[in-house]
Write a protein of this length. Sequence first.
Length: 324
Amino acid sequence: MTEKPRIVVLDAFTMGQDVSWEGLASQGELLLYDRTAPEQLLERARGAQVLFTNKTVLSAAAIEALPDLQCVCVLATGYNVIDVAAAAERGIPVCNVPGYSPKSVAQHVMAVVLELFTHVSQHARAVREGRWSSQPDFCVWDEPIVELAGKTMGVVGFGDIGGRVSMLANAFGMNVLAYAPHPKPLPPYGPFTFVPLDALFAESDVVSLHCPLTKDNENMVDARLLGRMKPTAYLVNTARGQLVDEAALAAALTAGTIAGAALDVVRREPIAPDNPLLAAPNCLITPHVAWASREARARLLGIAAQNLRGFLAGKPEHVVNGVS
């Protein structure tokens, strides 16, 4: 492409205000939109050679209605919001951004695990409420404080994020069990064992989900798997909300089948006011922020700019729909 392209970002808001778009702006005419409603999509995307989207849906009909479109880039690793087959039929490469968030997500996982086992926020709140100053003793705690050392971390999915979570858990002295549907090499630390999924749920003190969503694993964490967990165990999900049967998890938390859960993702986002997990006991929910450290967002935009350069040079990178 000899002329500088028209580049449209459909949903820039969630990238934050503290990162730079210069890597894209330097390569063409850049238009940034904080959010794009479905009825605004065609008007905003019309005439663009390159579209960037995070969660804005690009259907087959939308792709067909944009004759100038030559490349679609996702500001994320997942690309289920795009009809990749329809793009391939048009010869349009779809490029994603892999590998930007493992450090950030793994850090978040260990942060919530530490909160579940140590109750830092609860004890800090007790101090501000005057509980400590009114005590005759030098210390006070409301919940048991449990060491991670010697406990078992179960990691479902052993890609970059699952591998980093396992490494951090091991650094805390935890035993690590992992489930991967395809063979993986053993990491250079231990104790570590690959086990079947049922055994992982039964033996772990924490189960952390790190697998992509597929048609085969939706609602994978159901009443049966939850029923295999220890009553003292916790579920952590920073992967995809659809991996978990939310009604079953709410019931398990209410019944005390498991001790608690920490979720950064839910089935419908933003979370619906009637989501049963909002009323479930011992359920820590964060608003899909595990990926969102400033460093991870900067890496994301850096790789996105690299994807754009590759496309403009005739060598698109990180293509997920087989179009070269």
